[in-house]
Design a protein around this ligand. Structure first.
Ligand SMILES: [Zn+2]
Length: 114
């Protein structure tokens, strides 16, 4: 079984699918201002570096990218399956939780399969 092939016993529950969509929308809404600040910080530091050529200016770029990456990693860890409450990813595998079609723990669909 691959990650993209759902198990035969996957359960379709519209309430779980709706709750997952609400959780994804909340994740995107909360992250909007963090990404705006991180992007502004990175762009300002690049402009500062272009104007002054000081190496110190690049710390803003690193900070901006770091803030965005750390926030995103933490926010994705808090996305839980509405049915079983576990993160809908396999342990130890690198997967994008935002694109998961079904929960590998309880086998409930997180998105409509068709
Ligand atoms: Zn689940």
């Amino acid at each position: 079984m691959t990650d993209t092939t759902p198990p035969v016993r996957a359960t379709l529950d519209q309430d779980v699918i709706d709750a997952w969509q609400v959780a994804l929308a909340e994740y995107k809404r909360k992250g909007g201002w963090v990404y705006a600040i991180a992007t502004a910080c990175a762009l300002a530091s690049v402009a500062w570096w272009i104007a002054t050529r000081q190496r110190l200016a690049m710390t803003g770029l690193v900070a901006g990218l770091g803030i965005g990456a750390i926030y995103d990693a933490r926010a994705r860890q808090h996305l839980r399956c509405p049915h079983c409450g576990q993160p809908p990813i396999y342990g130890g595998r690198r997967q994008d939780v935002l694109t998961m079609q079904w929960c590998p723990h309880c086998y409930y669909w997180l998105r409509k399969p068709w």
